[in-house]
Write a protein that binds this ligand. Structure first.
Ligand SMILES: O=C(O)CCC(=O)C(=O)O
Ligand SMILES: [Fe+2]
Length: 217
């Protein structure tokens, strides 16, 4: 694997941890090393359509293909693939960085590429499954070069379940990283006028009982 040299991310991790502790979310343009963002984008261009599948709602057992809720196609990342491992390594550094600063006990990370075809959306939802809140921190990184304002595809973040007006409208610009508490902030993806690419991931805590570790996804 071509090792990516990670620049010192201490300051960035400090700021992310501060934001999570105060507001519970943060949005950073160009958060990742540019070489890593470029590498993920190049890799995504090479992936064949068959390597994506239409996203379902809920965990495996209750997978339900539902275009009324979300229209993206996904591909889960695995450490076995060097390109995917490079992104997972950066997210692992962020995991330990946050744990060190906030004692959140983040245990592992699961992540997929998302491809929203033109017009696709993801209706308002919370990322933490009710009664199974082992997803505690959501991350999204966007891979859309030359994204134009007015193309739609914004991520809208709401303060709580009652809120009707978003507290944030995030353009899915190349390299922007969003991190938020999974069970706190309802959010949605608006339909876009062009294809919209991203990496969506979740840090999980270990809710296992009796030494059985929760399976991923
Ligand atoms: O792509 C985004 O901006 C958010 C995606 C999302 O909410 C999800 O995959 O759960
Ligand atoms: Fe989400």
């Amino acid at each position: 694997m071509n090792a990516i040299v990670l620049p010192d991310s201490t300051l960035l991790f400090d700021r992310i941890a501060d934001d999570l502790a105060t507001t519970g979310y943060c949005i950073y343009p160009r958060a990742l090393p540019a070489s890593l963002t470029d590498r993920m984008y190049q890799y995504l261009q090479e992936l064949e359509q068959e390597e994506f599948r239409r996203a379902g709602i809920g965990r495996d057992q209750e997978h339900q293909l539902n275009r009324q809720v979300r229209g993206d196609q996904i591909r889960w990342l695995s450490r076995a693939c060097p390109e995917e491992a490079a992104y997972l390594a950066w997210m692992e550094a962020l995991r330990t960085g946050i744990n060190r600063r906030l004692m959140m006990g983040l245990f592992d990370y699961e992540c997929h590429f998302s491809r929203y075809p033109q017009g696709a959306f993801y209706r308002r939802h919370l990322d933490a499954f009710q009664g199974r809140t082992n997803r505690v921190l959501s991350t999204v990184c966007y891979l859309n070069p030359d994204w134009q304002a007015g193309s739609g595809g914004e991520l809208l973040i709401y303060a709580d379940e009652q809120a009707r007006t978003p507290i944030e409208r995030v353009e899915p610009c190349y390299g922007t990283l969003v991190v938020f508490l999974s069970d706190r902030f309802p959010h949605e993806v608006l339909p876009a006028r062009r294809q919209r690419l991203s990496l969506a991931g979740w840090y999980r805590v270990n809710n296992s009982l009796g030494g059985i570790v929760d399976p991923p996804r």
